[in-house]
Ligand binder design. Structure first.
Ligand code: FES
Ligand code: FES
Length: 166
């Protein structure tokens, strides 16, 4: 089947098998390997991307379902090679260890922070419930998110948390 979609601001057209998973399409066809495949069963959250601005588990969707959609992956978050505020805080506050779970967490958190500009630690933990980190780095992730929130507020630039390819 032929599908057309926007990925990180760029228009794409591709022929896909109706059964191919969205995560496989992104990684194997589009070569956007920042999106990770962990459990393949909708449990770990490593495969989260945004479709039409909402986080989705790309292992739980078919590629044909994003025909006509606006898709954003972790590759679309930094701007001209510069980390956005959340990415920078994760880096500075040791919010990533092996980093395998990090892209999925970021794609979920960016949407979360759009709707909650000053989340508590409990709210951040609740937001990340669908994400499993095998390195058990949750404490530092929560610290990093709080750090990003403070930085965004100090610079009065809420859009610093959004990323570039909107
Ligand atoms: S790979 Fe999609 S939720 Fe684990
Ligand atoms: S940082 Fe290694 S799985 Fe989360």
């Amino acid at each position: 089947m032929k599908i057309s979609l926007t990925v990180n601001g760029t228009q794409n057209t591709a022929n896909v098998e109706p059964r191919i998973l969205l995560v496989d399409f992104i990684r194997d066809t589009l070569n956007l390997t920042g999106t990770k495949l962990g459990c393949d069963t909708g449990q770990c959250g490593t495969c989260v991307i945004q479709v039409n601005g909402k986080p989705v588990k790309s292992c739980s969707m078919l590629a044909v379902q994003v025909d006509g959609c606006d898709v954003k992956t972790i590759e679309g978050v930094s701007q001209h090679g510069q980390l956005n505020t959340l990415q920078q805080s994760l880096w500075e506050k040791h919010g990533l260890q092996c980093g395998f779970c990090t892209p999925g967490m970021i794609m979920t958190l960016l949407d979360f922070l759009q709707h909650n500009e000053d989340p508590s630690e409990d709210e951040i933990r609740s937001c990340l419930e669908g994400h499993l980190c095998r390195c058990t780095g949750y404490h530092s992730v929560v610290r990093a998110v709080r750090d990003a929130v403070v930085k965004a507020r100090q610079t009065q630039s809420a859009d610093l948390l959004v990323g570039s390819a909107d």
